[in-house]
Design a protein around this ligand. Structure first.
Ligand SMILES: [Mg+2]
Length: 201
């Protein structure tokens, strides 16, 4: 059973050197969801308005920022790893210009029915991150995503879960798993900024 005290934990983020980690889903959070297709070329990577700006602010709050993305287009043979890396190189270039930072990008390339460990809601990518950054504490981590699997793994690992959606109504089935809902990343960064201002006065 999850304790209710978790609900205000975004207020606990006390700036850089806070020990907090930000886990970000990619499609639908950083860039526009490509529908049924995959982002196979840098030109197809379209930032969601406000995301790039928010990424320039997050390093003020989080010690580590990592991306965890399911990309079974590779497993399906629709895109290559090299193409995925080119997309990510482009993403990181854009970020650098805005003062943003991503410490690592983890991707699960396996097929849905074959790779339940690495693909979200599996824990594989999170365990990899923990292996690379042993100081990661999932209870001092925020999982941001736009899908059920993002919320489920965040909930399972006891992270603070943030659901990104422009829907007005919070989907009922997400109720117990998602601690917060915001329209986009800039709304999340504004919230953390305000919460910190209030808690420090
Ligand atoms: Mg997504």
């Amino acid at each position: 059973m999850r304790q209710l005290t978790i609900r205000n934990r975004l207020k606990d983020i006390s700036g850089s050197k806070s020990g907090w980690t930000l886990f970000l889903d990619r499609d639908g959070v950083l860039n526009r969801r490509p529908g049924d297709a995959y982002v196979m070329h840098p030109d197809k990577f379209k930032w969601i308005p406000g995301s790039l700006e928010a990424m320039g602010i997050f390093p003020d709050f989080f010690d580590r920022i990592v991306v965890v993305t399911n990309q079974q287009g590779i497993g399906k043979g629709l895109m290559t790893e090299k193409e995925l890396f080119q997309v990510h190189a482009h993403m990181l270039d854009d970020l650098k210009i805005r003062g943003g930072r991503i410490d690592a990008v983890y991707y699960a390339s396996g097929l849905r029915h074959l790779d339940s460990f690495n693909r979200k809601p599996g824990a594989g990518m999170f365990m990899q991150a923990k292996g690379d950054f042993p100081e990661i504490d999932f209870r001092k981590s925020v999982m941001v995503g736009d899908s059920f699997s993002d919320m489920l793994i965040g909930y399972r690992l006891n992270m603070v879960t943030v659901f990104i959606s422009t829907a007005k109504l919070f989907p009922r089935q997400y109720g117990y798993m998602a601690d917060y809902q915001f329209y986009n990343l800039i709304a999340l960064s504004d919230y953390i900024k305000k919460a910190r201002t209030h808690s420090s006065t």
